[in-house]
Design a protein around this ligand. Sequence first.
Ligand code: IMP
Ligand code: MG
Length: 172
Amino acid sequence: MKKKKIVIPKDDIANRVKQLGKAVTKDYTGTKLLVVGVMKGAFIFMADLVRQIDLPLEIDFIRAASYGRHTASSGNVTLTENAELSLADKDVLLVEDIIDTGRTAAYLKEILMALAPRSFKICALIDKKERREVPVDIDYKGFTVQEGFLVGYGLDFDEQHRNYPDIYTLDV
Ligand code: IMP
Ligand code: MG
């Protein structure tokens, strides 16, 4: 594994998260907002984002896993932990770390839509759209990154590096 290089410094992340929080606050005023984070990768983004949303809201988490190679989604996505709260009649905002092939988000949308939310939108910190295989509407997007495997700010490689404050590329 080669040395890592910073691609998104923590100050840029903080500024962008602030903007996203403002947009969400504006759009969701007067709704029944339920923010659903996808564990584990979104845990830091989610924590920062909700603190920039100036509205009453509920929080929940789901957990998704896709088995296969380490640096790419296998397409075999499963929900390994479901939401605890009822999604019915709520305005659900799904918070993801990265949309890469799009398979995870597409699968999660299908599963969560079956729970009859009043509305459903996706907020993703990073859009890696070069590798998209399944179309996904990203309603709130932090950054678009062309290529490379990213770690830090919640993102892992083999469960390591999640704790870095900045986002790095890793040459694996
Ligand atoms: P997708 O199903 O291909 O869109 O994969 C999405 C999931 O793969 C994300 O939620 C991440 O957990 C993981 N992932 C994709 N690219 C990266 C990366 O560059 N670094 C860390 N995790 C990634
Ligand atoms: Mg993930």
